[in-house]
Design a binder for this molecule. Sequence first.
Ligand SMILES: NC(=O)C1=CN([C@@H]2O[C@H](COP(=O)(O)OP(=O)(O)OC[C@H]3O[C@@H](n4cnc5c(N)ncnc54)[C@H](OP(=O)(O)O)[C@@H]3O)[C@@H](O)[C@H]2O)C=CC1
Ligand SMILES: CC(C)(CO)C(=O)C(=O)O
Length: 318
Amino acid sequence: MSSQRSARPSASDPEGGGIAILGAGALGRLWAARLPPTASGFVPRNPSALSSFRLHYHFRDSEGREHAVTRPWLTTLSDVTLLLVTTKAGDTLEALEQVIGRIPESCPVVLFQNGLGSQQAVAARWPARPILAASTTEAANRPAPDRVVHAARGHTWIGALTEPATDLVAGIIRQLSPSGLDVRGEVRILERLWGKLAINAGINPFTALLDCPNGEILESRLFLDSIDALCEELANLIAAEGLPPHSPRILRNDIERVARNTASNTSSMRGDVQSGRTTEIDYINGYVANRSRELGLTAPVNQMLTDRVKELVPHPSN
Ligand SMILES: NC(=O)C1=CN([C@@H]2O[C@H](COP(=O)(O)OP(=O)(O)OC[C@H]3O[C@@H](n4cnc5c(N)ncnc54)[C@H](OP(=O)(O)O)[C@@H]3O)[C@@H](O)[C@H]2O)C=CC1
Ligand SMILES: CC(C)(CO)C(=O)C(=O)O
């Protein structure tokens, strides 16, 4: 790892160091704060523009305890043993293009993006690299630039996307275990990602369009008028993908259960719109609409929600 680190663990120490995090946002900072201080560092977007070799922030854990965190910006990536990619879906391919040539070819790359589309693009771009995807229900947010809150504990499932990653899951879980976060292997990672996508497709755009917390969508006319058709579009696509079938009724129940359980949450999409940031709609409802078209299906409700969310803030394809 970088020469800026003190007491650095050996990159070959399976319990220790060598973990680089690409994407120093809410989720990346959560992982860094939970891993031992010498185990991880952040990959800078532009190493020559760094004003400091360390990143400092305040971390509030899920029990409400606060502490200061300092982690290095990594300027050398040649001994990285694991790369966690915590950029937004739309930034991921470009961010990895800048970095992947600097990490060892054997280094596993774990993608944490919500939705679908970005994971397949990365796996297709580097099929000979060990690429994996994670689906996580951990929740972190960043109320101020130097503050990160672990809002809710959850679970993280990790599974291989490319063939060279197939046997690496257990070792990655061992490397992440000092975090104390619940990390599990998942052989059917695409199904797991689809399950999360369905929940996000049924909650996030409504919260963004209605500018309300998750629970409030359940009484809204927009949600009540469109949720059954949206779930039918999802169920048709899941079946066309050859995945285990989901009935529209069960999908709606799952969406409503999560909206009730997270009733006071601001969804990530509403948060992005409130901050004027590009949302991940193209990887959630937009992915459903595009993929449906590719498979000869139609998904007008997912398309309508995609179009309307993209009117709220600028998106690259606008
Ligand atoms: N936060 C959470 O609880 C969860 C998040 N996820 C998923 O994880 C992903 C990240 O989410 P989150 O952490 O909330 O998002 P954030 O926007 O907080 O973090 C993304 C970070 O990536 C950085 N970044 C973008 N492009 C590059 C680049 N080229 N090189 C280096 N860094 C770059 C951004 O920097 P800058 O700010 O300078 O643009 C930003 O700090 C998303 O796909 C999200 O859906 C999934 C489950 C839970
Ligand atoms: C489950 C949900 C909707 C919780 O807020 C989420 O994952 C998100 O906000 O992106």
